[in-house]
Design a protein around this ligand. Structure first.
Ligand code: ZN
Length: 416
């Protein structure tokens, strides 16, 4: 399985300048690859692998290309061809796309060390050091450990729009080293959970927990304020640049907070249950009117599900996406569908008389669908009425964070 971890990096002024210089050489290499691709007629052009054979010639002609790590230079050529592939994929999906353009310094802010030329050192505490050949040591904030069995395939060092640095490790864990998931027949209903992705900023579980979503009102207020200020500045002016950085900072702060919380929430779920069932989002999206806020939340949920799925692999838990259509309407007890407007918070079935909270009913439907997706029938000795808890307990964001954190320190996946 492949995944990645990202860390904030704190190069000294001197090292930062060296990094910027190297990244700019890589940018020129990228642009030169594009130039050759479009203008040179040769057998060694057309794929990254072939194009790599041109690099010794480049270095003779332009000594600047010898100043950077040679594997990283190959990786930049590869990056060009990857972008090209991305472009032709979009074309196949008949989307209107242009062609690859030269990259300006602002559009090219990272380089990738692949296979060799890097080393991660001093990883015992909250700080670690990344060594890059031809660059030197870069301190990083090592807030998540890289699992023992993971191999570091590559390292991307990037300058953010805010001017801060980050490094991202591309990791691979051999599938044989991943924990086994519990066998499907052995799964007990009490160790499973269906999740209703609530519209009102929380998730509701089939065993009667609601988990509050993060309250980001203050952050969003601040973002709106800073964006308003930006809109009043003259584009290109110094104060515009300054304000742009402020906006980028707030945005990044929000993104980080959400991602961090999602890490904790998903770790908590995969540790707590043998099987976690969620609604298939693509379908849900089509079902509901999308507006801006809704889109934002969809993106957040997609990220949530991505994290959940890959943690399922890492921790050995089943995560299954189920059909989302009708989870709110259908009665979890008898299956009869009843339309209910959004403000009706109770499910009360006209057919069988089953009553419960609207979201609990939806979560229960997700759970039952999950069971059939796994190839299991809903156990007959567990009627829905008794499986559903009679009261709903609210799990605070804080508790999830506390429950999630000890394990997070052991071995936790993906980005910051
Ligand atoms: Zn019913």
């Amino acid at each position: 399985m492949e995944y990645s971890h990202r860390y904030p990096a704190y190069p000294t002024q001197q090292v930062a300048e060296r990094l910027e210089y190297h990244i700019d050489v890589h940018r020129q290499a990228y642009n030169y690859t594009l130039y050759e691709y479009e203008n040179v007629d040769g057998d060694d052009i057309g794929s990254a692998y072939k194009h790599h054979y041109r690099l010794p010639g480049w270095k003779d002609e332009f000594p600047v290309f010898s100043e950077v790590n040679s594997k990283a230079l190959q990786r930049t050529v590869t990056r060009f061809y990857q972008n090209l592939d991305g472009l032709s994929e979009q074309k196949q999906n008949s989307r209107k796309v242009g062609k690859l353009k030269w990259k300006s310094p602002r559009e090219f802010q990272s380089m990738t060390y692949s296979q060799s030329g890097f080393e991660l050192k001093n990883t015992s505490g909250r700080r670690a050091t990344l060594w890059l050949s031809k660059i030197g040591d870069i301190p990083i904030r090592y807030h998540r450990e890289i699992p023992d069995k993971a191999t570091i395939k590559e390292v991307v060092i990037k300058k953010q729009t805010t001017g801060e640095w980050s490094v991202s490790f591309g990791l691979e864990t051999d599938d044989a080293d991943l924990p086994e998931k519990p066998s499907v027949d052995s799964i007990d209903t009490s160790d499973t959970v269906g999740i209703d992705l609530g519209i009102l900023n929380y998730i509701h579980t089939s065993d009667g927990k609601t988990v509050d979503w993060l309250n980001l009102e203050d952050e969003y207020d601040r973002l709106r304020r800073e964006q308003r200020k930006l809109s009043r500045k003259e584009k290109g002016s110094n104060s515009y640049e300054k304000q742009r950085l402020k906006v980028a900072n707030v945005t990044r702060h929000i993104r980080r907070k959400v991602l961090d919380y999602q890490h904790k929430l998903t770790t908590w779920l995969v540790l707590e249950y043998d099987a976690v069932f969620v609604e298939d989002l693509d379908v849900k999206e089509m079902l509901e009117q999308s507006h801006n806020a809704r889109n934002k939340q969809d993106a957040a949920w997609r990220q949530f599900i991505t994290l959940l799925e890959y943690k399922a692999e890492l921790y050995g838990t089943h995560v299954v996406e189920v059909e989302a259509a009708g989870t709110t309407k259908a009665c979890a007890s008898c299956g009869v569908e009843t339309a209910k407007p959004i403000w009706v918070r109770e499910h009360s079935c006209p057919s069988c008389g089953f009553e419960c909270d609207r979201d609990a009913n939806a979560a229960m439907n997700v759970l039952q669908r999950g069971f059939s997706e796994l190839g299991l029938g809903w156990p007959e000795d567990t009627p829905v009425e008794t499986a559903l808890p009679t009261d709903t307990r609210s799990v605070s964001a804080k508790r999830v964070i506390e429950a999630g954190s000890p394990t997070l320190n052991e071995a936790t996946p993906v980005a910051e």
